[in-house]
Design a protein around this ligand. Structure first.
Ligand code: DLL
Length: 440
């Protein structure tokens, strides 16, 4: 046990496993009862398999429950899965869904309080105290990153600097002038900031920065080492998804050996990605599935994240008993994360299908250039457009660029290519080439 480490909530964070499981079992019973009574979709799913809330009596019974998918949220857009009346919802957030519609989540006052507490625990895991100044460069808005970290910082009694994303010059100035001890942003932006400092002649060692809390996209151990050496800080991994709360589902402690899951609120399961049978062995990889145990606004039962990961239940050297999530190693679906924004190829496809002049034959190229993600989409022109004047083609390209940016929230370079030049596939179409793999 490291004597220098504090906890935000020692009782929960260091609770013996047997006690934690009793607590989780009790909460599970309550939440199942709640969704059965208040969310018609859950009642229908349970009725369909003849499952009653009274059949759920302990944690082991969780495997009897049906799964929840992003599609369920889409089908009940915007508020159909809410378990609390709108008058009790005090905040909405949203993230990309597979096509068109967003995945909307709503929080009651209690939900916001618990989320802030979860983030406060994460901050303390990385060594933050009420004296810390924390620079938040995650986006503020419908994305949960900025506001999620912000309220956790305030909950801890530390000082939040709500810079939001973008405007690198200003970020550099505030990092120098305000003297934050911790920075929160995506890991790729951290690398970008380090390069910008080099160009501007800012010596990272002259800053007060000591740690970074990075997440919202996958990153490797090599990337951690690069960030730590370039910025002279410790780089901690934080995981979350808007459907469960946002950042704060899990975070690394100072041991940097896996992210402690706030499992008294967000219960994890690892399932075999093909059979969806539970995997009980530590460090064995599968799909990560969460059940929210205390949420009121939009509780989710066995929500399939489609993230691939493993957990370890062994007690950590920091003293915490909270189960640890190993680094996310990939996804079971085709979701891309580009500059922290979740993008599904099907969102791009639905824009193309509505656009006269192009065919729904496309290929997406993702790369990382100068430490920033780039997105280029090759789209086949129709025969008619191909025979049109260059001006007409350029106008269509500009329109597509704008339509795609508005659909996915990220700028893409659009290249219109000649008819029938993109490869056709006989089986499942492969729409994406990601050159970032293997690059830090
Ligand atoms: O990205 C919430 C968040 C904000 C987490 C800031 C951490 C920091 P969504 O936009 O809903 O929410 O995206 C969730 O992002 O299912 C993962 O695929 C990916 N992701 C999030 N954190 C990590 C991480 C936020 N630390 C999706 N490592 C998730 C790898 C991550 N992937």
């Amino acid at each position: 046990m490291n004597g220098n480490i504090g906890y935000y909530d020692r009782k929960i964070e260091c609770m013996p496993r047997s006690e934690m499981e009793v607590l989780q079992g009790e909460r599970l019973k309550e939440i199942v009862k709640r969704v059965y009574e208040t969310v018609p979709r859950y009642r229908a799913k349970m009725d369909a398999i003849k499952l009653k809330p009274s059949d759920i009596n302990s944690l082991e019974d969780i495997s009897k429950l049906p799964f929840t998918e992003k599609q369920d949220l889409r089908d009940s857009y915007p508020y159909g899965m809410f378990s609390a009346p709108i008058k009790d919802i005090v905040r909405l957030h949203a993230s990309s869904a597979t096509t068109g519609k967003l995945t909307v989540v709503g929080y009651t006052k209690k939900d916001l309080d618990i989320w802030a507490e979860a983030v406060a625990r994460c901050l303390v895991m990385t060594g933050a105290t009420p004296e810390s100044i924390v620079h938040v460069a995650y986006g503020y808005g419908l994305f949960t990153g900025g506001l999620g970290m912000h309220y956790g910082i305030e909950k801890l009694g530390a000082t939040a600097v709500p810079v939001s994303s973008g405007n690198t010059q200003k970020q550099l100035q505030l990092l120098q002038d305000f003297g934050p001890e911790i920075i929160c942003c995506t890991p790729s932006y951290a690398i970008y900031l380090a390069e910008a400092m080099k160009e501007e002649g800012v010596d990272p060692a002259s800053l007060k920065l000591r740690a970074g809390i990075f997440g919202a996209e996958p990153w490797s151990e090599a990337m951690r080492q690069a960030i730590e050496s370039k910025l002279h800080i410790k780089a901690y991994d934080i995981y979350g998804l808007s459907e469960i709360c946002g950042p704060g589902v899990a975070c690394e402690c100072e041991m940097q050996k896996g992210m402690h899951i706030n499992e008294d609120h967000y219960f994890p399961e690892i399932l075999d990605a093909d059979t969806l049978e539970p995997i009980y062995e530590d460090n064995e990889e599968g799909e990560l599935v969460f059940t929210t145990l205390t949420k009121e606004g939009i509780p989710l039962i066995r929500y399939r994240t489609h993230d691939l990961a493993s957990v370890t239940r062994e007690k950590c050297e920091c003293g915490r008993t909270l189960v640890r999530l190993n680094k996310i190693s990939g996804r079971t679906d085709d979701m891309l994360i580009i500059r922290g924004v979740n993008v599904f190829p099907s969102q791009i496809e639905s824009v193309l299908l509505k656009c006269v002049g192009v065919e729904p034959h496309y290929h997406i190229y993702v790369d990382r250039v100068n430490n920033l993600d780039t997105l280029e989409i090759h789209v086949e022109m129709s025969e008619k457009l191909f025979s049109d004047e260059a001006k007409v083609v350029e106008q269509l390209r500009e329109k597509l660029t704008a339509d795609i940016a508005s659909a996915i929230g990220v700028h893409a370079k659009i290249k219109l290519v000649s008819p029938r030049t993109l490869p056709r596939s006989e089986g499942k179409a492969k729409h994406t080439t990601d050159y970032r793999k293997g690059k830090i």
